[in-house]
Ligand binder design. Structure first.
Ligand SMILES: *[C@@H]1O[C@H](CO)[C@@H](O)[C@H](O)[C@H]1NC(C)=O
Ligand SMILES: *[C@@H]1O[C@H](CO)[C@@H](O)[C@H](O)[C@H]1NC(C)=O
Ligand SMILES: *[C@@H]1O[C@H](CO)[C@@H](O)[C@H](O)[C@H]1NC(C)=O
Length: 624
C-alpha cells in the first residue's frame, strides 16, 4: 500500500485515506518490441517566441509577450526575456544542421504573427522581410527532406502599433521599452490606471502619425485580445496570408497550440501574457473566440486553398491523462471523465461534434446560477455556429506530458468562480512516479496510451499526430547524460506503439523540444531541450545530450527492434554524453578568459587613464 500525494492548486498534502486505491501500471511489465508503420513521421518541435529572438528586428511588430516582459518587473523568473532567446532568427542553418543530425522527418515550428503582420491586421501592413524569413526556412527544410509542420499561433499576439522599424530598429526598440517600463501592467496602454491611453503613451516617442488609427492597430491593447470576437476575423486574414504565401510548400497546418493553457494563464491566473485576471469568465470567452477563429481558418483553407494545395489543417490540444483513483467508484470515474472533458473536450468537442461537452455546460451553468447570474459564464454557440464548427479538423494534434489520479471534490470551495472550481475535482499524483524537472511533471507513460484511445473513441477515429511530448531536466546542473529523459522517451514512444496496435490511427510523434529555450514565466530554468544551449557564451553554442543519440536510434530503426539492440543504444548514448561532459568541464575556464577580455581589460584601461590624469594634475599643481 502506498500513500498518494494530493495536489490542489499547487499545494501538496498527504491524504492517507486514498492509499488503498493505488495500483501498478500493468503496461510496465510488457514492453512492446516492434516497429512503427512505414511512413510514420518522427519529429521535434519548437515555437517562435521561445526561440527566435530578434524581437524588434526587420520590421517585426511588438507582441503581448514583449509588452508583458518589458512592462513590469517580475513576471518571469530571474527577469529573463526572450528578446534574443536562442537567436534562431539568425541561426536557421545551424538549427537545420541539428535536425539533420537527429534525422527527423518533420520539424514543428510556429510563425510569429507580428513578424508577418506588424500591427496584426493584414489590410494595414505586410512585412516582406518576415515572409522571406519563413519562406527561406521552409525551403531549407524541404531541401533537407524535412517536412514542415507549421503552427499559426503559439501563445503570441500582436500588441502595439509599429512603424517601419527596419530603418531605425534598435532605436525604436529602446523607445518602446521606455514606454513600457514606467507603467504598471502589460495592458496599461488601454487601462485607465493613470488616465493615459495607448495613444498618449506612444505619441511623444513615436510621433503624431501613430495616433491616427492607433486604436485599430493594437490588437491586444485596443480590442482586449481574445476577449473580442473581432479577433476571429483578423486571425482568419492572417491564416489566409500564410496559406497564400507558404501553402505551396507547407501541407500540415496547426491553427493553435495548447489554447487551454494559453487562456488559463493569460486570461484567468494572469501568470502569462496578456496577464489578465478575469477569473471564471475571461478564459471561457477567449476560448470561445479561439474555437471560432480556428473554424474560420479551416473553412478558408477548405474553400480557397485545399483544391490547389492539398494540405491538412488541424489544431494541437494538450491534455494530461486523468485516471479515476478508484476504478470501482462511479464518482471517481465521473470525475476523471469530467477532467478530460474540461481539458481536451472543451476544444475538441466543438471542433468534432459542434458544441461544448454537456458536462461543462452543466457544471458551469449550475455554478453560474448559484452565483446569481442570468446566463452561464460558458458562452453558447448558435445553431448556425454549431454546424459551422463541426468537422473543422483534418487531423487531431495531441500534446501530452503526464498523468493525474482524479477523485471528485465533495467539499465546497470558498474561493470565487474559476476554471479550477468549475471542475469539482481533485488531482492526485503517486509519489512512486518518477519526477521530472518540473514539479507537475511525472513520467507515467501508460497515460498516453489511454489518452490516445480516449481521443479515438470520442472523436470518431481521427488521424492523430502527437504534437508535443517531453520532459524538462531538473534545475541547476547541466546533464548531458540525461538517462532519465531516455527512460521517458522510451516509455512514452512505446505506449504510442501499443496504442497503434490497439488500432489508434497515429501518424507521427513530435518530441519537445529541439533546443533549450525561453520557457514562459519560468525563463530559462525549465530545460526541455534535446540540445543544451550555453546562454552564457555570446554565440550560444549547443551540445547534444545523450537523448539525441537515443532518439536518433529509435528514428533510424522506426521503433524498438529487440531488447539487446535497445539496451545497446542506451549504453552508446551514455558513452557519447560523457565526452560532452568533459568538454563542458573545461568551459568555465574559457568563460573566465572571455570575462577577462570583455570586462577586466576595459576596466583596467579606464582606471589607468584616470590614475594617469590624477598624477598629471598633481604634477602640474606642484609645478605651479
Ligand atoms: C534614426 O533616428 C535618429 C534620431 O532620431 C535620426 O536622426 C535618424 O535620421 C534616424 N535614421 C533613419 C535611417 O531613419
Ligand atoms: C472589439 O474590436 C473592435 C474592432 O474590430 C472594436 O471596435 C471594439 O470596440 C472592440 N470591443 C471591445 C469590447 O473592446
Ligand atoms: C470543403 O470543401 C469541399 C470541396 O470544395 C466541399 O465539397 C465541402 O462541402 C467543404 N466542407 C465544408 C464543411 O464546408
Amino acid at each position: 500500500m502506498k500513500p498518494v500525494w494530493v495536489i490542489i492548486l499547487g499545494w501538496t498534502l498527504l491524504v492517507p485515506g486514498v492509499g488503498t486505491a493505488w495500483r501498478g501500471p500493468p503496461e510496465e511489465a510488457s514492453f512492446c518490441y516492434g516497429t512503427f508503420p512505414p511512413g510514420f513521421s518522427w519529429g521535434i518541435g519548437s515555437s517562435a517566441y521561445q526561440t527566435e529572438g530578434a524581437w524588434g528586428q526587420d520590421g517585426k511588430g511588438p507582441s503581448i509577450w514583449d509588452a508583458f516582459i518589458h512592462g513590469k518587473k517580475g513576471p518571469v523568473l530571474g527577469d529573463d526575456t526572450a528578446d534574443a532567446a536562442c537567436d534562431s532568427y539568425s541561426k536557421v542553418q545551424e538549427d537545420i544542421a541539428l535536425l539533420k543530425e537527429l534525422q527527423v522527418s518533420h520539424y514543428r515550428f510556429s510563425l510569429s504573427w507580428q513578424r508577418l503582420l506588424p500591427t496584426g491586421v493584414r489590410a494595414e501592413q505586410v512585412n516582406k522581410k518576415g515572409i522571406k524569413f519563413y519562406s527561406d526556412l521552409i525551403d531549407a527544410l524541404l531541401k533537407s527532406n524535412i517536412t514542415p509542420i507549421v503552427t499559426l499561433n503559439h501563445w503570441d499576439l500582436p500588441q502595439p502599433p509599429c512603424p517601419d522599424v527596419s530603418q531605425n530598429a534598435s532605436e525604436l526598440a529602446v523607445n518602446i521599452q521606455a514606454v513600457f517600463l514606467p507603467s504598471a501592467g502589460p495592458h496599461r496602454g488601454h487601462s485607465q490606471a493613470n488616465g493615459l491611453t495607448a495613444c498618449d503613451l506612444y505619441q511623444p516617442v513615436l510621433g503624431p502619425e501613430f495616433c491616427g488609427g492607433v486604436k485599430e492597430k493594437m490588437l491586444q491593447a485596443a480590442y482586449g485580445g481574445w476577449q473580442n470576437v473581432s479577433m476571429t476575423r483578423y486571425f482568419r486574414d492572417y491564416a489566409d496570408l500564410c496559406f497564400e504565401v507558404f501553402g505551396d510548400r507547407v501541407k500540415h497546418w496547426l491553427t493553435f497550440s495548447d489554447p487551454r493553457t494559453m487562456v488559463e494563464r493569460g486570461y484567468e491566473t494572469g501568470l502569462r501574457a496578456p496577464g489578465l485576471r478575469l477569473q471564471g469568465t475571461g478564459l471561457y470567452v477567449a476560448a470561445h473566440h479561439i474555437i471560432k477563429a480556428h473554424a474560420q481558418a479551416w473553412h478558408s483553407y477548405n474553400d480557397t486553398w485545399r483544391s490547389r494545395q492539398r494540405g491538412l489543417v488541424g489544431i494541437s490540444l494538450n491534455c494530461d491523462w486523468g485516471e479515476p483513483v478508484d476504478i470501482d467508484n462511479p464518482d471517481d470515474i465521473e470525475a476523471a471523465e469530467r477532467y478530460l472533458q474540461f481539458c481536451l473536450g472543451w476544444f475538441a468537442n466543438p471542433i468534432y461534434a459542434g458544441d461544448y461537452p454537456q458536462v461543462m455546460k452543466d457544471h458551469i451553468g449550475t455554478k453560474s446560477a448559484q452565483q446569481g447570474l442570468a446566463v452561464s459564464r460558458l458562452p453558447m454557440f448558435s445553431l448556425q455556429e454549431k454546424s459551422y464548427l463541426k468537422g473543422t479538423s483534418d487531423f487531431l494534434g495531441l500534446g501530452h506530458f503526464t498523468t493525474r489520479y482524479i477523485t471528485g471534490r465533495n467539499y465546497p470551495s470558498h474561493k470565487g468562480p474559476s476554471y479550477q472550481n468549475d471542475r469539482d475535482l481533485v488531482e492526485l499524483a503517486d509519489p512512486s512516479w518518477p519526477e521530472m524537472g518540473s514539479p507537475w511533471l511525472y513520467s507515467v507513460p501508460w497515460g498516453l496510451r489511454r489518452l490516445l484511445n480516449f481521443a479515438q473513441t470520442q472523436y470518431g477515429d481521427p488521424p492523430i499526430y502527437v504534437t508535443e511530448n517531453g520532459a524538462p531536466q531538473k534545475l541547476y546542473c547541466t546533464q548531458f547524460c540525461d538517462e532519465w529523459r531516455i527512460q521517458y522517451l522510451k516509455g512514452y514512444i512505446n505506449e504510442m506503439l501499443k496504442a497503434l496496435k490497439d488500432g489508434v490511427d497515429i501518424k507521427g510523434c513530435t518530441s519537445w523540444s529541439l533546443l533549450e529555450k525561453f520557457e514562459w514565466e519560468k525563463g530559462y530554468t525549465d530545460k526541455y531541450g534535446f540540445y543544451y544551449v550555453d546562454f552564457n557564451v555570446r554565440n550560444k553554442p549547443w551540445y547534444p545530450k545523450a537523448s539525441v543519440q537515443y532518439y536518433k536510434e529509435i528514428i533510424t530503426a522506426n521503433g524498438f527492434p529487440n531488447p539487446q539492440e535497445v539496451e545497446r543504444w542506451r549504453l552508446k548514448a551514455l558513452e557519447t554524453c560523457s565526452i560532452n561532459n568533459q568538454m563542458l568541464a573545461t568551459e568555465p575556464l574559457l568563460r573566465h578568459m572571455h570575462v577577462a577580455s570583455e570586462i577586466v581589460v576595459p576596466t583596467v584601461c579606464v582606471l589607468s587613464i584616470l590614475i594617469a590624469a590624477l598624477l598629471l594634475t598633481l604634477l602640474l599643481r606642484s609645478h605651479s
